[in-house]
Ligand binder design. Structure first.
Ligand code: ARG
Ligand code: ZN
Length: 373
């Protein structure tokens, strides 16, 4: 952190992932240049192994399926099983495929029977960045929670009675797979091109919102490579096309990232404020206060450009410009102690925090939905 060296600011923390054999050299360099530093995690190999061990359900361990990280194959399996077991509440929609031709499945969650003719929808995507494993874990957590508590939790019932929820659990399946097999710290997708040996486009720089201006890069080797043109990547294009087709219905767009504990809203692609800035700010503030009250954890909130950095081409800004006036990026736990390597034991709390934020915001959106004419 930050995602690319361009974003390093004076007086701000920087987190480095250093290969074991160069850690001494890096420490000496920091020392010589008088940079304050500390080792955050001495042995990441062990942590990574812990996160991938018995990923599929081990009936002997007390932990539930949702308190672990899962391989891509596991998640596809879960998706099928969950849809088959809940035929009246879940529809599976294929919205496209990844660069390496993996399917992009969206789960449509609906309340069983409502007479509501003016039903709006929430879009929720997870795992746009490969290494942010808590994100897909949250999408699974959310689906499970919605199915289990529709009958008993008034908030989730209110939300689902008024809105369907489209859930894309893994927006970047190729990248996610790659973090399980080859490089745990991979961020981008896995698209390749003739003119470079570097793979991958940052999918959250590939949308058509001030595309590739300050805060993104034209270099294929950069972590924030914006791609050849807006929506050049099949994953971004699939999501954008789906939202264009469904923009009348989708009233709330939420995309899940990690780490840093923030509730962000547009814009990130310009320092300008949106027309409903005050409203978005008050929703994010209320959500952050709820997290604080229930879980004693602090989340920053605000427009992306002023809260983290200028980052054009993001999905949240694009969705906003499409007309989805309630658009948020959640950055889940933690604040850097484990970073992307958040241990599975932290999944429940991280997800519950995101859940309460999502419920708070969704309820506010429900209140604003105009009654059918
Ligand atoms: N950490 C995220 C990223 O760099 C922040 C996303 C905020 N929104 C945005 N449109 N940049 O992609
Ligand atoms: Zn991210």
């Amino acid at each position: 952190s930050p995602a690319a060296p361009e974003f390093i600011r004076e007086e701000a923390e920087v987190h480095l992932f250093v290969p074991g054999n160069s850690s001494q050299a890096v420490r000496e360099l920091l020392q010589t240049h008088g940079v304050t530093h500390a080792v955050m995690l001495a042995n990441t190999k062990e942590l990574i192994e812990m996160q991938t061990r018995n990923a599929s359900t081990d009936p002997r361990s007390g932990m539930s399926y949702y308190e672990k990280y899962h391989s891509l194959e596991d998640i596809y399996h879960w998706l099928n099983k969950t849809a088959m077991e809940n035929p009246d509440r879940i529809k599976v929609i294929l919205i496209g495929s990844s660069f390496e031709k993996r399917p992009l499945y969206v789960l449509k969650l609906s309340a069983i029977s409502t007479t509501n003719t003016n039903k709006k929808a929430i879009w929720l995507d997870c795992g746009i960045h490969a290494r942010e494993w808590i994100a897909p874990a949250f999408c699974l957590w959310f689906v499970q929670y919605s199915l289990s508590f529709y009958e008993s939790n008034r908030d989730i019932a209110t939300i689902l009675d008024n809105m369907d929820v489209y859930v894309l659990p893994v927006m970047n399946p190729d990248g996610y797979k790659y973090t399980w097999t080859t490089d745990r710290m991979w961020r981008k997708n896995r698209s390749t091109r003739e003119d470079s040996r570097c793979a991958g486009v940052d999918l959250n720089r590939n949308f058509d919102a001030n595309w590739c201006t300050e805060g993104a890069s034209h270099h294929p080797c950069s972590e924030i490579f914006c791609g050849e043109f807006p929506e050049s990547e099949p994953e971004a294009s699939a999501v954008a096309s789906f939202l264009r087709r469904n923009k009348e219905a989708v009233a709330l767009y939420v995309t899940i990232h990690s780490y840093s504990q923030m509730l962000l809203f547009p814009y990130s692609c310009t320092r300008d404020l949106t027309e409903n800035h005050a409203e978005l700010l008050s929703m994010a503030k209320e959500a952050a206060q709820k997290i604080k009250r229930y879980y004693r954890n602090n989340y920053k909130y605000g427009a992306g450009a002023e809260t983290i950095y200028l980052a054009p081409g993001g999905s949240d800004d694009w969705a906003y410009k499409l007309g989805i006036k309630y658009s948020f990026t959640f950055e889940l736990q933690d604040r850097g102690r484990y970073g992307f390597l958040l241990p599975p034991s932290e999944i429940p709390r991280a997800c519950n925090e995101a859940l309460i934020a999502l419920k708070t915001i969704a309820l506010r959106v429900v209140e604003r939905i105009p009654p059918p004419a």
